[in-house]
Design a protein around this ligand. Structure first.
Ligand SMILES: Cc1ncc(COP(=O)(O)O)c(C=O)c1O
Ligand SMILES: N[C@@H](CCOP(=O)(O)O)C(=O)O
Length: 453
């Protein structure tokens, strides 16, 4: 039976379903498998599988407490709402340059890969336990919509999504605030995504409140999010010619570090991937960390790639845990120092196979125009950050994390074409229903108290 431990080492090991239902560990840490499986000797068995079958074969290694037939049905259902037959098509743009399109799900961003699945896992949980759940998430733009659409129409659930008021794109806001569903609460908070995420973590840390409301997490603090995201890296790796696989670098637009961490975990499980480039926007704490070894909080500046307007990257803690030799005591010290001083300087920081790039707002439109001119490809502003530089001697897979149709103004300014998508067009005539709140745990708790199921 696979068990899961907290990075902070002060909780009991849990089974998969328990760790998923708990979200954030009671000691404030993030769950990880007790031991990572070694897949290096069995990669052949994944060859040729369709996306949903690959996902099932991968997840069953971890979800050992869910009966395989049930897990297979949950996984199959989770990839039925994607509009592309390959789910995550890998497109070649140049001899050593590919793009992995992760935006063909219902909300047009990579978050759908894990949140369609998590919605179905939660539905299963409600049925097995005969309980309702309240889901709480924080979003800088895309997680919120994907979480809402993963749970929409599922009985016994209410969903509360915190987002920074005025700092997500107009269409991202509409995806959250125009559902018309009575159990969906779009909470526009006063502050940044970091403020919202910090309030959320404090609320999850309040065990009485969390258990009293059967609160569940949809952010990438939830282990299921990260494991489901591993699958598209494996899928892309398997699509490459055998000779290119060991030489591939994934270039990943990065904010909360959940996406790139999933690829990195897969590498730690023995899949021979050359490395990862962390591509940040102008909110560049991770770029500075990977280039200098200093993790220093800065101010968040709203950007053309708003979903990456983040400073405190949640999943960095999971990487740190491994990089400190799984020493939970040391990890707690580092996290505490960072929390109280806003800075941690690592001596001899081992960045492993990570490299980093940074892209300012002044650069994004030019990159969109260049990628369009050179490859006939329209990259959204987040994906554009990952196209900043390309080493033609190395096989690169750029992760295309959102549809350009979610950010039409930036695209129009860059290439004079305004991308559209029917589901987004349909939202434009629907009234917005949102609730404005301060980003304080007290205000958010009070709202949940009043509206929880
Ligand atoms: C479109 C898009 N690209 C990239 C990112 C960054 O991903 P992560 O937060 O997993 O690093 C996000 C937000 O998560 C996003 O919504
Ligand atoms: N960019 C994200 C921020 C939250 O990230 P998550 O992966 O932890 O859910 C968003 O779009 O909300």
């Amino acid at each position: 039976m696979m068990r899961f431990l907290s990075t902070r080492g002060q909780t009991q090991p849990l089974r998969f379903s328990e760790a998923v239902a708990t979200g954030l560990a009671p000691d404030g840490g993030l769950y990880l498998p007790e031991t990572l499986p070694d897949l290096s000797g069995e990669l052949n068995r994944f060859e040729g599988l369709g996306y949903a079958d690959l996902c099932f074969e991968f997840l069953r290694i971890f979800a050992t407490d869910i009966e395989p037939g049930t897990l297979r049905a949950i996984v199959q259902k989770s990839y039925t709402k994607f509009s592309h037959p390959e789910i995550a098509p890998l497109k070649q743009l140049a001899p050593n340059l590919h793009v992995l399109e992760l935006f063909h799900g219902p909300t047009l961003a990579f978050k759908d890969f894990a949140l369609q699945l998590l919605g179905n896992l939660y539905e299963h949980q409600c049925a097995v336990r005969h309980e309702s759940i309240n889901v709480l998430g924080a979003t800088s733009g895309d997680t919120g919509a994907a979480a809402i659409h993963g749970l929409l129409g599922k009985p016994g659930t209410a969903i509360f999504i915190l987002y920074p008021n005025g700092r997500v794109s107009p269409l991202q806001e509409r995806q959250m605030a125009c559902t018309g569903a009575s159990n969906v609460f779009a909470l526009a908070v006063d502050g940044t995504f970091d403020d919202a995420q910090s309030a959320l973590k404090e609320i999850f840390g309040d065990q009485r409140f969390r258990t009293g409301h059967r609160l569940s997490a949809v952010n990438s603090i939830n282990l299921a999010r990260v494991l489901a995201q591993c699958v598209y890296y494996l899928h892309a790796w398997l699509k490459l010619p055998a000779g290119d696989r060991g030489n591939v670098e994934f270039v990943v637009p990065t904010g909360n570090f959940g996406n790139v961490l999933a690829g990195w975990l897969l590498q730690q499980m023995g899949v021979p991937i050359r490395g990862f480039k962390v591509a940040t926007n102008q909110n560049d704490i991770l770029y500075r960390l990977f280039t200098t070894g200093e993790y220093r909080l800065g101010d968040v500046h709203p950007s053309l790639a708003p979903s990456m307007d983040i400073q405190v990257a949640s999943n960095f803690e999971r990487f740190l845990y491994f990089s400190l030799g799984r020493d939970a005591t040391r990890l707690r010290e580092v996290m505490q120092t960072f929390k109280t001083t806003g800075v941690y300087r690592f001596e001899n920081f081992d960045r492993g196979t990570f490299s980093a790039s940074r892209c300012t707002d002044a650069e994004i439109p030019g990159i969109i125009a260049r990628v369009h001119r050179d490859y006939g490809y329209v990259a959204d502003p987040h994906t554009a950050c990952a196209f900043k530089e390309h080493n033609p001697d190395r096989v690169s897979i750029v992760l295309s994390t959102a549809s350009p149709a979610k950010f039409p103004e930036t695209i129009r300014k860059a290439i004079k074409v305004e991308p559209t998508h029917p589901t987004l067009e349909a939202l434009k005539s629907v009234p917005i229903v949102k609730h404005e709140l301060p980003a304080t745990p007290a205000a958010i708790r009070a709202f949940i108290d009043a509206h929880a199921v």
